[in-house]
Design a protein around this ligand. Structure first.
Ligand code: SF4
Ligand code: SF4
Length: 83
């Protein structure tokens, strides 16, 4: 499934896609390194990144753990959320 198609799904359906594939991917979080450039929010396939009070934030309930945000971030702020 292409990211353009995934983008249409809401959070619950996104999680079902992962389960059907038999693969679990950990949600990401944005660390204090964030400089609020917005690049990750523009590329997230499920639209779960938004501007927070201090930096951009990820809605963990929606994140499908694709790692796109980490790939486009210029300062390496997104990391897997092990909490
Ligand atoms: S890993 Fe990043 S780009 Fe992928 S769904 Fe989660 S927040 Fe969006
Ligand atoms: S791409 Fe990196 S620096 Fe830019 S808003 Fe996202 S986490 Fe912050």
């Amino acid at each position: 499934m292409k990211f353009d198609q995934v983008r249409m799904f809401k959070s619950v359906k996104a999680k079902i896609i992962i389960l059907k594939g038999g693969e679990y991917k950990m949600a990401y979080k944005i660390t204090e390194k964030c400089i609020s450039c917005g690049a990750c929010a523009a590329e997230c396939p499920v639209g779960c990144i938004s501007q927070g009070e201090e930096r951009f934030e990820i809605n963990k309930d929606m994140c499908i753990g694709c790692g796109t945000c980490a790939g486009v971030c210029p300062v390496g702020a997104p990391e897997e959320d092990n909490d």
